[in-house]
Design a protein. Structure first.
Lengths: 551, 320
């Protein structure tokens, strides 16, 4: 031991301490590759997409990751709006009965390539038929690949609706429906029905690697897939042969940051240019910061308080009307939405073309509520359960708080209530089975057609264990929305929807609560990002400017 | 010696059995069975489950359809990288702070080190991480907020240890990528190591203060040895083996802390994967993640037990 000198041991200590100091303070200067930097766009997203093929998953995260980048549909929406425009299909015609659609495809649409596949031809009718048939036909070679689940296709009943798909020539496809369905074009324009490459599937089949089809996606979109590390990033590189435009962005990175506070911190520190799903408090901070812009679009969503109309006393319209008067929604808008939502009058918001403003708006009037309860024979009040959804959604950031506020309001009209909650999956199953009395839930539209609210949420077909959670079935209302669905003249449809909304206004299967706008924070060095009312982001016209020019 | 090793292994084995029973129960929660079991009896199915585990068949995720074991192995290097770095901080700074405090016991230095570690000890890690980000990233701007490397760098995953990949990968960034990755590692590692480091510092101090009261220390002093020499050569050596055991215990604190830390810093490791799986009710992945993480803790404890056995002759006693 004695050969260890005094001096040496104090050196060791010095080394240790300096190492500690270095851990805390060392700051190497980092040169940044300016070439990449100038064409790099970083988007801070909220989660890891479940799949890179939106046919197989309908979550918003999957759509955000694939729709603006990898794929195109036959038609799509003009960025930032709900108006249809041609995309892969240059034009289309519909027969008089509204059952046969003929699409003429562009012939200049190239597919991406990757290490497994180099396309030998442009997109043609075979690819369209292939993409729809994968979801439609049980015996299709790809139908059972990667989980065999096509939630949107099946949810819309497309397998039954589409009678036949036929190739007329290389660039013409005909689709025949079993019945007229006016939202059909809107459905085809949703990101869940992308056109993918048949040749890629054939190549992978030869190599016996079909499962790669959805993991290393090949599309026609403006960006090609480069790499995906779950929980970390998703990288795209510009596709120079895109048929419609060439983006100025060469490298597009989705930086996956689940925690909203950290997402905002990364955004503030300049680690990303765009922030998805800011909280109300972030919007407030952004408003004070002149380097940040907020993009906001009116939303096609609704939060509601649904009454299980199959259970007394909610089978009584007077009781439901009374409950509509009983809740102070302005207080909810303030406390739950931080005044960043608009109060709803019905399922359809003012941004929908079918919205019909009603004469008498929903107001807070406990007097009137008490009176209606008296008339219905419940003057002495009763007890009810409020089921509050356990997760945050854009349309309802805090259902628990909302339930507590409603609970207070109900006390004033002599109704006592309990708040019920389950873990999300269980919650939905139980609500679908009709175990609830009243429930706080909501809906985000996946296509811009008003039918997307009315049929899934309020039709008789959906009232039995479907997504009509108030289990309200009104034959007359049902007849009207069916007529509207089969009508193609938009003015006539508007009239039908007006009638439908009048029925709702009297019947009140819900208390509609709010429509929440979609928003997005962007740095002022990024211009022309679009967010559609359906909530999909679009990088099509994005331009990047230097920091100096931003002021 | 042999018997004492045997004792360690038997304890580990019992923990492993308990662990697999728990993960087996979780795997039964999935609506689709995790594996194709031959038998209908749950008891026999458990043994079949063990068989599948040994064959590296941990099932496939019912959400993403990917293989659970390979998904774990994909995320594990990021976790290990952070864990090792944090462990380094725990041992190096924990012991150094403890020594400084013990040497200056009773003075303001001792008091401030002990005060600071008490704060660290009682700090909720989630809040602490956010505070560090607020101060170092947003206010001072010297550390990045989150992630493993700036997106200007595209480093292809090879070993999946970012520090290693920046060195061996084929790219044109030179050493700047390595330093960028190192820079990203610091805040998460400090966040993660804070609580165990505080424990380590306090334990080191109290062990040293105890030892310094012994007669042989007085003998050493009377021989005229300097205080430094006494601490490094006489006291610390004797404290080392109890510190090692304490250090081993910190691993389980680090393992729980790492889930939160990874969530805060968007660190693509096992913790984030596990949280995501819980949110999506991906039971096959949950059982796989829990199995693997707990297995690591058990393995590490076995390792520490063996080492401290070697260090401490008293522990090598046979069964009586």
């Amino acid at each position: 031991m004695s050969f260890v000198s005094e001096k040496k041991s104090s050196h060791t200590k010095l080394l240790l301490l300096s190492f500690l100091a270095c851990l805390i303070g060392c700051q190497p200067s980092i040169p940044i590759d300016s070439e990449i930097d100038s064409s790099l766009l970083v988007y801070c997203s909220e989660g890891s997409p479940v799949s890179l093929n939106p046919q197989t998953n309908t979550s918003g995260t999957t759509v955000d990751a694939t729709a603006p980048t990898l794929f195109n549909q036959l038609l799509d929406y003009i960025p930032g709006t709900t108006e249809l425009r041609p995309s892969i299909a240059a034009e289309w015609s519909i027969n008089d009965k509204g059952t046969i659609y003929r699409f003429t495809l562009r012939d200049d649409i190239a597919f991406h390539s990757n290490e497994y596949f180099t396309p030998s031809r442009n997109l043609n009718a075979d690819d369209v038929i292939f993409s729809y048939n994968r979801q439609r036909l049980v015996n299709h070679p790809l139908h059972n690949i990667n989980g065999n689940s096509y939630p949107y296709f099946n949810g819309q009943g497309l397998a039954k609706l589409i009678k036949r798909i036929e190739k007329i020539d290389q660039h013409q496809v005909e689709i025949e429906l079993t019945r007229p369905e006016s939202p059909f074009l809107s459905i085809l324009a949703t990101p869940f029905l992308p056109i993918q490459s048949k040749e890629y599937a054939e190549t992978l089949m030869k190599k016996n690697q079909l499962e790669l089809y959805d993991k290393n996606p090949i599309g026609t979109g403006p960006f090609q897939y480069l790499a995906y590390e779950a929980d970390s990033y998703l990288r795209f590189i510009r596709f120079d042969k895109h048929f419609a435009f060439k983006s100025i962005v060469e490298h597009l990175v989705y930086s996956i940051t689940p925690d909203p506070a950290m997402r905002f911190a990364r955004f503030s520190a300049g680690e990303c240019d765009i922030m998805r799903y800011p909280l109300p408090v972030h919007n407030k901070l952004a408003a004070q910061d002149n380097t940040i812009e907020t993009i906001q679009t009116p939303a096609l969503n609704v939060a509601y308080w649904g009454f299980n109309t199959q259970k007394p006393p909610f089978n009584e319209p007077k009781v439901r009307q009374a409950l509509n008067f009983a809740v102070n929604r302005k207080a909810i808008a303030r406390a739950v939405y931080d005044n960043q939502a608009i109060l709803a009058e019905g399922p359809l918001g003012p941004s929908s073309w079918a919205f019909a403003a009603s004469q008498d708006k929903i107001i807070y009037n406990p007097e009137k509520a008490r009176q209606l309860l008296q008339e219905a024979g419940y003057g002495e009040g009763f007890n009810l359960d409020i089921w509050a959804m356990p997760v945050q959604r854009a349309y309802n950031p805090n259902a628990r708080k909302m339930a507590e506020m409603i609970q207070q309001d109900l006390l004033e009209i002599g109704i006592t209530s309990n708040i019920v909650s389950y873990q999300w999956g269980t919650f939905l199953n139980r609500v679908a089975a009709g175990q609830h009395q009243t429930v706080l839930l909501g809906w985000s539209a996946d296509n811009a057609d008003p039918d997307n609210f009315l049929t899934p949420l309020l039709s008789c077909a959906a009232s039995n264990n479907g997504s009509n959670y108030s289990r309200w079935c009104h034959p007359e209302f049902d007849k009207i929305i069916l007529k509207a669905r089969q009508e193609s003249d938009i003015e006539k449809r508007k009239l039908y929807y007006q009638q439908a909304q009048e029925i709702l206004h009297f019947e009140k299967p819900w208390l509609p609560i709010a429509h929440t706008p979609n928003n997005l924070l962007i740095k002022n060095t990024v211009k022309d990002v679009n967010l559609s009312p359906l909530g999909t982001i679009n990088f099509e016209g994005v331009t990047l400017i230097s920091k100096e020019d931003a002021f | 010696m042999l018997i004492s090793l045997l004792r360690i292994f038997v304890t580990a084995l019992i923990s492993l059995i308990g662990l697999t029973v728990i993960t087996f129960t979780i795997s039964q929660q999935s609506s689709l069975p995790l594996h194709d079991y031959q038998s209908n009896s749950v008891f026999v199915q458990y043994f079949e489950y063990l068989g599948y585990l040994f064959q590296a068949n941990w099932g496939t995720s019912n959400i993403t359809g990917s293989d659970v074991l390979s998904e774990f192995l994909k995320h594990f290097p990021a976790t290990l990288e952070l864990l090792l770095f944090a462990l380094l901080i725990v041992f190096v700074s924990g012991i150094s702070l403890g020594i400084v405090a013990a040497k200056n016991r009773g003075t303001w230095i001792d008091n401030s080190v002990m005060g600071a570690t008490l704060v660290g000890y009682s700090m909720p890690i989630f809040w602490w991480g956010l505070l560090l980000v607020l101060f170092f990233s947003l206010f001072l701007g010297i550390f990045p907020v989150a992630g493993r490397i700036d997106y200007q760098y595209y480093i292809e995953p090879i070993s999946r240890f970012m520090l290693v990949d920046t060195l061996i990968g084929n790219h044109s960034y030179g050493m700047s990528a390595f330093f960028n990755a190192l820079n990203h590692l610091i805040l998460p590692a400090i966040t993660l190591s804070w609580v165990p480091m505080a424990i380590m510092a306090r334990m080191t101090r109290s062990a040293l203060v105890n030892i310094l009261k012994f007669e042989y220390i007085r003998t050493a002093r009377s021989k005229g040895l300097s205080e430094n020499r006494i601490i490094w050569a006489h006291a610390l050596r004797n404290a080392l083996q109890s510190l090692l055991t304490i250090g081993g215990l910190q691993i389980s604190i680090l393992m729980t802390g790492i889930i939160i830390t990874e969530h805060i810093f968007a660190w693509p490791g096992v913790g984030n994967w596990l949280l995501r799986s819980v949110a999506r009710q991906d039971y096959p992945s949950i059982q796989g993640g829990i199995l693997a993480l707990s297995f690591m803790v058990i393995l590490f404890n076995v390792f520490i037990d063996i080492i401290s056995n070697f260090l401490d002759p008293k522990k090598r006693r046979p069964l009586e």
